[in-house]
Ligand binder design. Structure first.
Ligand code: FAD
Ligand code: UDP
Length: 668
């Protein structure tokens, strides 16, 4: 919905009265036709006289204008109610909907009094000032309203029309404007439109002032009943005064006094409402609050909501769900991964089966090329790569050596190869170190391969087979429709509420061994998946992370490079280029690519911490933060950031399921 264009927004605000007009015209047309047919049947002699039929029918229609409006209103009512429900559902979906405390019923009296007196005051004001004669048209409207007999006037003017107009102008127009632009523009636009709708200047001015007041009471009372009460009261007094001809009996002085009394009482009610009617958001009671809507948060939320029947609230700092796995369509219609390329792979059947409940898979095997001086070779370095970079005779000897030493199909970490006593093996190790690891690792980590945690470089070992795939896991693929739809499905559960753009730091506090949520003690569980140092204001110093800068490019060509990802292992400042359509299998004209630059993480407001820099010193600092939670047994750390670990998606889904197992007392 955030992507709605201006024209669509304008149309959504403008169309309700047009819809009503269309319904009215259709009903008028049908009734007219019916009346004409009956008329012709009743007066066979005049049946051929078109003038007679049209004039008599028009006259009848004019004198039954209110009745026809009532019929149109009754037809339109359910449509407007359905549209309002649609808007509400959308607000709920987008977490823009709030439930409010209810106003005591007797306080609606203020509105009724305000409606009555505002009507008297404004009517007399319009008469006294001569506004009533501006532009003309007022008399015709009055004739149409009161010309059709008391029954229809009362039903129509006092009941049906106010309800229909309130649903249109406040229920739909005001609410939609409020959604797009906030309260003040919503009050003004709905009132101006309400004024224009009345089609003559005196009534327009009257309608504008009352429109502002009705939108305002709606804003204060948070129920459509409020402006309906106002509107019904104002119209009721108007009808009573017209039939009793009260105004005609007043002297000029009485006229002025009544006008002032009307306006003053209405103003007094305004002040009374402003002072005494206070509604607040009803905060639901949650069993668990989860911070972060990435895989860690989303999986555990779903498990607790579904199998523990727990009410779960997710607070997510960003404007979307999915954490770093979030994907979306760019301006060219290409599905991109906004925070870097993500490919799902796992050996865990549990994880694969679990995610398969929320997505089908595009069968994709990730193959990465390394650009070594303009030549693209497969990584991880494997037997195919060996034959590409060494002369064939030499490659044959090296292959035999490697297989003899480690065995067919083995995965050997580069650091291990380099330590080999065997000169041939060492030679391969040295080559791979210099051409695949050294420069890339320096760019990625700002450190040499031997300085980073050995588990990091071991993620991309030398593979003693001819398998060019980046991962050798049993299950691999991409969510068929993208990661974001997977998350939407995962989080779609009645027990889960998500609040976006919500930084937990402003809502959750730990004090004196108690968790506070919005300044009130919270007895439930809190599962935190963000950076733990920042939660504690980095009081022991910042935990070091690497961040990334992304440079995006779009080309009007079918293909940019031979693989979805090409690593630049000996040249360039960026580490890799990703071409997204090759990852996702999307069939689309043109192609979007992204260059990735790794940088130190220094600024939490402009950067995202992507990679924990694991080493003894940093792990010790992490432990200091973790120890701060010793006295908060209901506060859990889960996820790549919160645990300061280098988890893949499958690792984190597995951890989240394990936490859910333990919280739900489930035996795996
Ligand atoms: P995140 O996805 O980071 O989610 C944490 C969420 O918490 C974020 O949405 C954040 O906004 C929110 N948050 C943080 N602090 C607060 C706060 N104070 N208040 C409210 N919300 C907060 N894995 C693979 O399996 N395959 C891959 O190909 C792969 N590629 C990757 C590429 C890159 C560039 C990176 C960085 C990671 C990659 N990963 C990959 C790893 C994968 O991204 C992670 O395993 C996964 O995203 C971890 O999920 P998470 O929920 O722990 O963290
Ligand atoms: N690596 C490298 N050259 C490559 C691929 C990986 O030096 O062509 C090293 C580098 O240190 C990198 C680590 O191996 O950080 C892990 O690579 P992986 O592809 O798993 O990194 P990620 O996709 O998580 O960024």
């Amino acid at each position: 919905m955030k992507n709605e264009g201006l024209i669509k927004k304008f149309w959504r605000v403008i169309y309700p009265p047009l819809l009503f007009l269309t319904i009215s015209i259709i009903i008028e047309f049908v009734v007219m036709l019916g009346y004409m047919i009956l008329l012709a049947a009743d007066n066979p002699a005049m049946a051929g006289n078109v003038n007679f039929l049209v004039n008599t029918t028009t006259e009848w229609i004019m004198s039954h204008a209110v009745m026809l409006t009532v019929i149109a209103g009754v037809v339109a009512l359910p449509i407007f109610i359905l549209l309002m429900f649609g808007d509400r559902r959308r607000s709920i979906r987008e977490e823009k909907h709030a439930e409010y405390t209810k106003v005591e019923p007797w306080k609606f009296l203020f509105i009724a009094v305000m409606g009555v007196f505002a009507c008297i005051g404004m009517n007399l004001f319009i008469s006294i000032t001569g506004i009533i004669n501006w532009g003309g048209g007022f008399e015709d409207t009055a004739e149409a309203i009161y010309g059709g007999g008391m029954f229809w006037t009362v039903i129509g003017v006092v009941f049906v029309i106010p309800v229909v107009e309130e649903l249109m102008f406040r229920g739909l127009i005001y609410n939609r404007m409020k959604y797009y632009a906030g309260v003040v523009p919503a009050i003004l636009v709905s009132a101006v439109y309400f004024a224009i709708y009345h089609m003559n200047v005196p009534q327009g001015i009257y309608a504008f002032v009352l429109g502002v007041l009705m939108a305002w009471v709606y804003y204060r009372y948070k129920t459509i009943l409020a402006p309906v009460v106002f509107h019904v009261s104002a119209n009721a007094i108007s009808v009573v005064l017209t039939y009793s001809e009260t105004f005609n009996k007043l002297t000029d002085v009485q006229y002025i006094i009544m006008c002032i009394v009307g306006l003053v009482v209405a103003a007094a009610m305004f002040v009374t409402i402003a002072k005494t009617v206070k509604v607040s958001v009803v905060e639901e009671k949650y069993d668990t609050i989860i911070i972060g809507a990435g895989f860690a948060g989303a999986v555990v939320a779903r498990e607790l909501a579904e199998y523990g029947n727990e009410k779960v609230l997710i607070l997510e700092k960003r404007a979307h769900i999915g954490g770093n796995c979030y994907d979306s369509y760019d301006g060219h219609g290409v599905l991109i991964h906004n925070y870097g390329p993500h490919i799902f792979h796992t050996n865990s059947k549990r994880v694969y089966d679990y995610l398969s409940k929320y997505t089908t898979w595009y069968n994709y095997s990730h193959e990465v090329g390394a650009n070594i001086g303009g030549r693209i070779v497969p990584v991880p370095f494997n037997i195919n790569t060996l034959y590409e970079v060494f002369p064939e005779d030499e490659a044959k000897i090296l292959e035999a050596k490697l297989l003899e030493k480690y065995g067919d199909g083995k995965r050997v970490p580069i650091l291990e190869l380099m330590q080999s006593e065997d000169e041939s093996v060492k030679k391969v190790g040295q080559f791979v170190y210099e051409n695949i690891f050294l420069k890339y690792t320096m760019k990625q980590w700002g450190q040499r391969p031997e300085e980073v945690d050995p588990s990091v470089t071991a993620r991309v070992p030398v593979v003693l087979s001819r398998d060019n795939r980046y991962f050798q896991d049993v299950y691999q693929g991409m969510p068929e429709y993208g990661f974001t739809p997977l998350f939407e499905k995962l989080l779609k559960h009645d027990n889960i509420k998500i609040r976006l753009n919500a930084d937990a730091k402003t809502a959750i506090e730990l004090k004196d061994e108690k968790i506070y949520f919005n300044d009130k003690p919270f007895d439930g569980k809190v599962i935190f998946t963000g950076p733990v140092d920042e939660f504690f204001d980095c009081r022991f110093g910042r935990l070091p992370y690497r961040s990334l800068n992304f440079e995006w490019g779009y080309f009007e060509q079918d293909s940019f490079q031979q693989n979805a990802v090409i690593n630049y292992t000996v040249s360039e400042d960026y580490t890799r280029i990703t071409e997204f359509k090759k990852l996702t299998g999307q069939k689309v004209a043109g192609t979007t690519v992204m260059r990735e630059y790794s940088v130190p993480y220094e600024n939490s407001s402009t950067q995202i911490p992507y990679y924990a820099i694991m080493n003894d010193e940093n792990n010790a600092l992490y432990s200091k933060y973790k120890n701060l939670l010793e006295n908060y047994p209901n506060f859990y750390l889960l996820g790549r950031l919160a645990e300061y670990k280098y988890y893949n998606i499958d690792g984190i889904v597995d951890k989240a399921l394990e936490l859910a197992d333990s919280l739900l007392g489930r035996v795996k």
